[in-house]
Design a protein. Structure first.
Length: 346
């Protein structure tokens, strides 16, 4: 059997994490995969991971471990120690745009964790380079995947003379949603363009209140709509009425939200932090700006909307980029090849 360890908290209203999406998809390759843990409390979740390794120690062929740079790193590290004790091979799946900080903070722990793994998987060239340069270890890059066909079916996005902007992420300081409001303010006051903005996401740290206060301060209530967490089906309906996707995050790796909106055919305007320059082809399927630079972001949105044919070119290339991350046509085969090295697929 294959055991996949990560935080499965979607049932509690949290956004789906990699183990929720990838874990489900991997069952197409290896039906006997077991995903853990759904326990709500941190201590209970960690204990559930350890217990599952112990109970199944004689049957496990391979353990996949979602690995982040935050305190969840210790979930991964301690689980790997147990795997080593029982001679169970494990493969970390490294996430997060700030993993370099974890390497700098805990060099001994990270080196031991990486060097004793069978191999390491990361979804971006950005993290591959971070690990290669910091640890002299070459990870395997397997991108975060989506089901492009589901999103691009009946594609109805179109050029808008007045930009209609879509923003999708958690309302959290890390993702800087207030910057999106600042950009709309600049488009209105400095550029004379009455652009509209739709924002969707769960409120993680009270930032939604700050967003609403800023909207009111700038008298933008008729032009900016804020929604909290909603299903993919519902937010896709909103996104299909927009003409560009705006990503304002301050730290990132390979966000699925960007890939999904590419699959809808939306050109991307994004900060250039972390792994985003590895995902978005600047000048081809999107345009990048330094984190916090609202003025340049506003200019880039207008640049994409300067002519219908320019917008159409960005839209076409965004869709093509997303297809490289499609589960059925690309990513499934990459995981199949990896599994074939370590587990019996028959």
């Amino acid at each position: 059997m294959v055991l996949y360890l990560g935080n499965k908290l979607q049932r509690y209203g949290k956004n789906p994490t990699t183990i929720d999406t990838l874990g489900h998809s991997l069952k197409e390759i290896y039906p006997k995969i077991l995903t853990v843990s759904e326990k709500k409390g941190i201590i209970f979740r960690l204990w559930d991971m350890w217990k599952t390794i112990w109970i199944n120690r004689k049957r496990i062929e391979l353990v996949l471990i979602d690995t982040y740079s935050t305190k969840a790193f210790h979930f991964a590290w301690t689980s790997a120690r147990i795997c080593n004790f029982f001679n169970i091979p494990y493969i970390p799946i490294i996430h997060g745009g700030s993993f370099k900080k974890r390497i700098e903070k805990s060099p001994f722990l990270v080196k031991k964790y990486i060097y004793e793994a069978k191999t390491v998987v990361t979804p971006s060239g950005f993290l591959r380079n971070v690990i290669k340069e910091s640890l002299n270890f070459e990870p395997i890059v397997i991108p975060n995947s989506i089901r492009v066909g589901i999103l691009s079916k009946d594609n109805s996005v179109s050029f808008k003379t007045i930009p209609r902007i879509f923003w999708l992420r958690a309302y959290q300081k890390l993702y800087n949603p207030v910057l999106a409001v600042e950009i709309i303010h600049i488009l209105h006051k400095k550029k004379g363009i009455k652009a509209e903005l739709i924002m969707v996401g769960p409120d993680k740290d009270g930032t939604l209140k700050k967003v609403k206060e800023k909207i009111k301060e700038y008298s933008l209530c008729p032009f900016i709509s804020t929604y909290e967490k909603m299903s993919r089906e519902d937010w896709v309906k909103l996104a299909k009425n927009c003409s560009v996707f705006l990503n304002t995050t301050t730290i990132d790796n390979t966000p699925v939200s960007v890939i999904e909106n590419m699959a809808l055919g939306l050109p991307i305007v994004s900060t250039n932090v972390g792994g985003l320059p590895y995902l978005i082809r600047d000048g081809l399927d999107g345009l990048l700006f330094p984190s916090g630079d609202a003025n340049l972001a506003a200019d880039l949105i207008l640049q994409i909307h300067s002519a219908p044919e320019k917008w159409a070119k960005f839209s076409k290339e965004a869709l093509l980029n997303s297809k490289e991350k499609d589960w059925n046509s690309s990513v499934k085969n990459q995981w199949s090849n990896l599994f074939a090295k370590y587990v019996e697929l028959a």
